[in-house]
Design a protein around this ligand. Sequence first.
Ligand code: AKG
Length: 219
Amino acid sequence: MGGLLSDAVRVDLAPGAVHLAHYLSLSRQRALIDQCRTLLDGDVPAYVPTVRGGGKMHVRMLCLGRHWNGQTYRYESTRSDFDGRPAPPLPDEFRTLASELAQAAGMTLTADLCILNYYDAEGRMGLHQDKDESEASLAAGLPVVSVSLGDAARFLFGGTKRREPVTAFRLESGDGFVFGGPSRLRYHGVSRIVPGTAPPELGMSGRFNLTLRQYDVET
Ligand SMILES: O=C(O)CCC(=O)C(=O)O
């Protein structure tokens, strides 16, 4: 399924940075939320990573397909910074969703990993670059595809240098956000969650965010 749904709104924020507002229908959001809940509390559950400097992140995280190690900032197959368990596989539905959203933004992606985060009302994520994928993937500008579910987030989007100005906008439930090409290494983060803003039909509080990425380029 390509292109935009009828009530989706495409906003081009910068070359290679596309906000696909209202992209997912409520029924697709519900199905994804069920899947996220099952995964986060599954056999290999989400956890709160401790990062290099010793601080705890303000999200519960579960990596699928490959594990991002918060101590080394590298990807690996098992969670050596936490419990040594293998990263669960990336569900096919997530890979398909990533391709669809990338295509809607005019890009291509064959995702091989997802970082799934759950933010409670106090959740946040500091400004950072996503730069731990393979050199070839970054050089090709393969996009990160982000999907938001539940409460809205105040999302920060800056330049490729930390000191550059930052724009803030809301990512709402059902929104996609795709950044690749010249925007692939832009700084971004989440300054706050806006509690009570999830569509009531979803029956959830807090926010899930999926970032789908392609570590390896296809040969
Ligand atoms: O939650 C978000 O919208 C952003 C997540 C993010 O920046 C990341 O996982 O690297």
